[in-house]
Design a protein around this ligand. Structure first.
Ligand SMILES: NC(=O)c1ccc[n+]([C@@H]2O[C@H](COP(=O)([O-])OP(=O)(O)OC[C@H]3O[C@@H](n4cnc5c(N)ncnc54)[C@H](O)[C@@H]3O)[C@@H](O)[C@H]2O)c1
Length: 348
């Protein structure tokens, strides 16, 4: 499959707030991933210079970044590389998204996920600490804004109650635990060292550029394009709070802006979700309807070790950041379907 056909920049963005990132150099880790590509696009359009670090730029799962991203091959656990980049390239902002993000592989090989996600996070945070904090008056210059991606999965099973940021993190499964530890590490660097770091806890992301076909939305769309019945591994009842990736990217950038201006946000987490809570079977049915397909999903009913129901309150992000999702589930899914149709046609 031709990666060069998969640039997230293939879809037009109709955003308006532009230019105020001019003169800032941003390092995005995990830039070859779903969210990284869209955050890069958002920042470039706002005038930033963007360096994209990823360990798997050449993987078939990597999306082509928008033009203008400087690609850096490397592992976030390589602390000397990070220190060198922060110092030599005068990085102003770090957006740490790199992680092993798939729940199934995390259960099969927890140590790989813990190493990528936990060691990777302390490596990034420690490099930022050593680069100094421009706001601390230590005269070392350094990183002014840091955003670290945690996840709504860090909360664990809250028996269907909406997650709020003040709730305790009680994860039970390996990926979820890796994100909770990432979250706590970022809080620690914020509180103890005064690092200007804030944390995102997003609901389930979807959108063009996600080439992880085991995820339900890309997998379903590809099945329909290929006229094959989509497969649901669970019994279809798991409820997730979905968020269109462009809305998530806007949230990440708004949070980076805020943590640079408001020191009191350091060490604080923000939920991001659209309040679109759907069982997996309903997501699949909506995609089938939007794509005009009469295929019937195959429901495997496997006993998956996953949280049964996730609901996310994004009230804090609305109140503090003025963030709101711009997309409805229908508009987000339609743009996503359009992206995959174009990508799969070109790749065929
Ligand atoms: N996708 C979601 O539904 C979702 C929801 C909530 C939170 N998140 C979090 O948001 C972040 C971005 O998610 P995504 O969906 O874009 O993930 P993704 O899997 O699409 O991208 C992650 C990227 O990180 C890279 N990476 C992994 N380990 C690395 C390492 N050691 N060094 C350098 N690069 C490495 C991968 O190669 C990949 O390109 C992750 O931290 C994830 O945990 C995602």
């Amino acid at each position: 499959m031709g990666r060069s056909d998969g640039a997230v920049g293939d879809v037009a963005v109709g955003d308006d707030s532009r230019g105020h990132w001019s003169g800032r150099t941003v390092l995005i880790t995990g830039a070859a991933g779903l969210l990284g590509g869209w955050v890069a696009r958002e920042l470039l359009e706002s005038g930033a210079s963007v360096l994209g670090l990823d360990v798997a730029w050449d993987s078939p799962r990597a999306t082509t970044p928008p033009a203008g991203v400087e690609r850096i091959d490397g592992d976030v656990r390589d602390t000397p590389l990070l220190r060198d980049l922060l110092r030599r390239r005068a990085i102003d902002t770090v957006i740490h998204l790199a992680a092993q993000t798939l729940v199934g592989p995390a259960i099969e090989d927890p140590v790989d996920t813990f190493s990528n996600n936990i060691e990777g996070s302390w490596s990034v945070l420690e490099a930022c600490r050593n680069a100094g904090n421009a706001g601390s008056g230590d005269g070392k210059g350094g990183v002014r804004r840091i955003v670290v991606a945690s996840s709504d999965k860090a909360y664990g099973d809250a028996s269907g109650r909406p997650y709020r940021e003040e709730m305790a993190l009680r994860p039970h499964h390996p990926y979820d635990t890796s994100k909770a530890v990432t979250d706590l590490l970022a809080q620690t660097y914020g509180y103890t060292y005064g690092l200007p770091v804030a944390i995102t806890r997003c609901g389930n992301l979807y959108g063009g550029g996600d080439l992880n076909w085991s995820r339900i939305i890309p997998g379903t769309i590809r099945s329909v394009v290929e006229r094959e019945a989509p497969v649901i591994r669970s019994d279809g009842s798991f409820v997730r709070d979905y968020l269109y990736v462009r809305d998530a990217a806007a949230g990440v950038v708004a949070l980076a802006d805020a943590v640079g201006e408001q020191p009191e946000i350091a060490g604080t987490a923000f939920n991001f979700a659209a309040g679109v809570r759907l069982p997996v079977i309903e997501v699949v049915r909506r995609i089938l309807t939007l794509m005009g397909s009469e295929l019937e999903p195959v429901i495997l009913g496997l006993p998956l070790k996953e949280i049964p129901e996730q609901r996310v309150s994004a009230a804090r992000a609305r109140r503090v950041l003025g963030w709101r999702p711009r997309s409805t589930v229908e508009s987000g899914l339609l743009e996503t379907i359009e992206w995959y149709r174009s990508y799969l046609t070109k790749a065929a």
